[in-house]
Write a protein that binds this ligand. Structure first.
Ligand code: NAD
Length: 275
């Protein structure tokens, strides 16, 4: 299994990256340094995480060649009518002149602005400020609207997805449209008990891997990209060591069977989050 995959627009994206939600500017500098040393080449941030400056600082001090790193940021809900400025602000905090991927963070259907915002993302891509454009937390009806109105399909839909909330229907719909699914909270925000379940620990023991590594490997073999978050060096290193073993079909099914349709985050249909 190679560590990156081609998107619909021809650009490549690493299958695994570091998520930095709920990490401070200071914490991300340290975490990203560890991650880059461990081989990570994708960082997932967002303007609402209030740590883009830390991400920028980390990239600057680590002197990674710009073309070797994939940086994703996201347009916050209250900026859906202010895309150009929001993007420029993100780039300035990140000390970058382009993003590898820019996502509309949530559809916020009640605002009725996501299609207009998408048109602005398309312009930003044409202007070279963003290499690839995608969405997050979008349902098929929202993506269909974008495609109908602009003819441009998002390359990624970043959605909540983990063993307790597998979103199979949405994932299958995205796959049918060649939209890559990237899982947020791929570890169910620390496992919610699944790391202790016997079905998971026995697979982990078999491969001498941790339960978290088994869950990340399950995502990858189910064609899902992952952005696990940690600011703990040992976990950051552990979470990328998932490309040297392979779960059997029966083991994949064992993890499939843990699904409880249990959402940990907000529902995209009614989440507004303008703060
Ligand atoms: P996650 O599922 O990645 O879980 C992170 C937590 O799991 C850590 O805080 C830690 O407690 C634990 N953990 C990490 N590695 C571990 C290991 N090896 N063993 C045991 N425990 C471990 O949760 P997340 O941070 O919510 O999601 C990952 C990333 O997804 C975020 O950092 C962010 O970048 C992105 N995200 C996006 C959205 C969105 O709306 N687009 C929403 C939430 C998160």
């Amino acid at each position: 299994m190679t560590n990156s995959i081609k998107m619909l627009d021809g650009n490549s994206i690493p299958k695994l990256g570091l998520g930095v939600w709920q990490a401070s500017n200071e914490q991300v500098v340290e975490a990203i340094s560890t991650a880059l040393d461990a081989g990570y080449r994708l960082i997932d941030t967002a303007s609402v995480y209030a740590n883009e400056s830390g991400v920028g600082e980390a990239l600057r001090v680590n002197k990674v060649a710009r073309e070797d790193i994939f940086v994703t940021s996201k347009l916050w809900n209250s900026d859906q009518n202010n895309v150009q400025q929001a993007l420029e602000d993100s780039l300035s905090r990140l000390q970058l002149d382009y993003l590898d991927c820019y996502l509309i963070h949530w559809p916020v259907p009640s605002l009725g602005q996501y299609s207009k915002a998408w048109e602005e993302l398309i312009k930003a891509q044409q202007n070279g400020l963003v290499k690839s454009i995608g969405v997050s937390n979008f349902l098929p009806e929202h993506i269909e609207t974008l495609i109908q109105q602009t003819g441009v399909t998002p390359v990624i839909n970043q959605i909540e997805k983990h063993p307790l909330f597998q979103q199979k229907t949405l994932s299958d719909w995205c796959a049918k449209h060649n939209i890559l699914v990237q899982a947020w909270s791929p570890l169910a925000q620390g496992g919610q008990g699944i790391f202790e379940q016997q079905q998971v620990t026995s697979i982990a023991n078999k491969y001498q891997k941790s339960p978290a590594q088994v869950v990340l490997r399950w995502h990858l073999q189910r064609n899902t990209l992952v952005i696990p978050k940690s600011i703990t060096a040992s976990r950051i290193i552990e979470n990328i060591q998932v490309f040297d073993f392979e779960l059997t079909a029966a083991e994949l099914k064992t993890i499939d069977d843990l699904n409880k349709d249990q959402r940990l985050g907000p529902d995209p249909l009614d989440f507004v989050g303008l703060d």
